[in-house]
Write a protein that binds this ligand. Sequence first.
Ligand code: GLA
Length: 645
Amino acid sequence: MRHDRPSRWWRSALLAAAALGLQAPGAAQNAARPAASADPLAPTARWSAYTRGRAALPPMGWNSWNAFNTDIDEAKIIGSAERMVASGLAAKGYRYLNLDDGWWLKRRLGDGRILVRPDRFPSAATAPGGNSFRPLTDRLHAMGLKAGIYSDLGRNICSQAYATDRVNLPQGSVQEREVGLYGHIDRDIDLFFRDWGFDYIKIDGCGIRAFGADAERVRSGEFRALAPTVDLKEVMRTDIAAVRTMFDQVNQALTRSNPDGDWILSLCLWGSANVRAWGKDLGNVSRTSDDLTPSWGRMLANFDSAAKRALYAHPGSWNDPDMLYIGAGDFDAAHLEQARSHFALWAIINAPLLMGTDLRSAPPALMELFGNERIIALNQDPAGHQAVIAFDSDDLQIFVKTLASGEKGVAVFNRGAEAIDVNFAAGLLRFADDAPVTLTDLWSGRATSFTRETKLHVEPRQTLILRAKGTRTLADGLYLSEQPGNVNPAVDGVTVPQHDPTIYRSLGWAGTRGAGDRPIYAGWGGAQADSTPYGQLLQIAGRPLGGGIGILANSRLEVRNQGYRRFTATVGVDDSARDKARAVTFQVYADGRLIGSSPALRHGQTGHAFDLSVAGARIVELVARTTSGSTDTLPVTWGDAALRR
Ligand code: GLA
């Protein structure tokens, strides 16, 4: 049997996907690549997740939005930068000083150049040739910092759609107020990066969402209509391919304007457009949900939107549950335990650590919180593995992050209102039962040790954040689910996006108006570490697997092999599959060469064991392919999949 040609099933699935405006994840990056004729499951021998720009580690710094909204000016920006440096936070890794909405005056008609508000940024007028952000970025660079700017994919921007106070909105005629990237991608990116010297750009999507012909602000003549390509609430009304194409163009412009590759591209689509599946292919950080507010419920919602997407984050492409809201509301200095939870949770899932409080007046307790070097090190661990969930319930969750040293970062998170006594076992860490485990509390630095099991006490809304050292049960290797930063679901088998029902739905955004908070973020059915795509424990033919990768059939995983010699796994159709008829063939490739293939396996059939040499191979690809049948989803399991010495 040949495996390098698309099956008939795949061809029809691709045509169906094309009709829906979808593209196989990873397929849109290069417009020259033929999307509909190529077999997306064919091995490529390459790592396709985003590695451009400079985000080998999650970015750290400060952004103006949560503290000031559009009411920004040079004094606030420089004041925050100065405190970031003087307090020692910059030396601990907080480097980016990012402007958000509120900086534009207008787009100059004629040459199309964007002008900075001179009343708010007086240094702009001191540049040779007039209006420019270069004096500001020079100043930030001279302080040892990096500078970030903000724009929108559409003609218009978020504040023009949503700001009620109308502070600092762009001025002038309808066209002068069109300060977004639409139709100006090359010119604006070149201005921001080559002329003005920015190092980071956050690109929002309000302009391609909120300016339809029937919007009040368009009907009144204030703005021109732009047919929306994004519907935040309904992914099936979103033109995903069009959105991806725009970010593709942004990438081409960034490459041209930054010959040294020193940029960070932050996608801000708030989890819409199925971006939780493909943000990893087109940007360095990608928002997985709507805006955070300083409320506990909203924090749960935003955390959930990223926390179970470990396989969709890698060095170079991180999940972004939004900027830190520490310093306000439920996370101010009077609610330190909650603020600490927020920080610890963001840290362990490799979220960007972008502070959002007015640093000039931040109280010492919060400055100390931001500056905890043990927690910063957890977030900035060079291996870049997002934490994976080891224990799950609505009240208590335990997240475990494998560190470069082989130690584990651990978050024991009490989401609820009752204190919980936790039986914490070495097995949750994949550490041996009969050898001591040392736990270091990252807030206090205090260490304790236990063997087999210990009791931990977690107060309501508290997160115990720990570092664990022990003896690995798998002594000669690493399970793939322990190294999500090296596993890329290049094709995750999801052909029609589905709303994820597991994300906490909070009143924090709209209160009790309307019909409540419904599931809106697509991504359900995506690849999972140590779980099926729909959250069950992995099991083949009645045999529970200790862990592994759960994914839908007709998928291709790319695995970066960092010097291991063997690949082992037990594979099969997962017991949770509804379709008991269809068969799946599992194939393993080393640098594009087929090295192992299973028999065709159906639901209930005993798993097939692989033990294959991958010595010298840099990319191992895991393909699970149905030979025929319906388009119903079919969960398959790469049980206990591991790379071994
Ligand atoms: C959107 C983004 C926010 C912020 C505002 C600015 O809502 O999600 O992070 O940038 O726009 O208006």
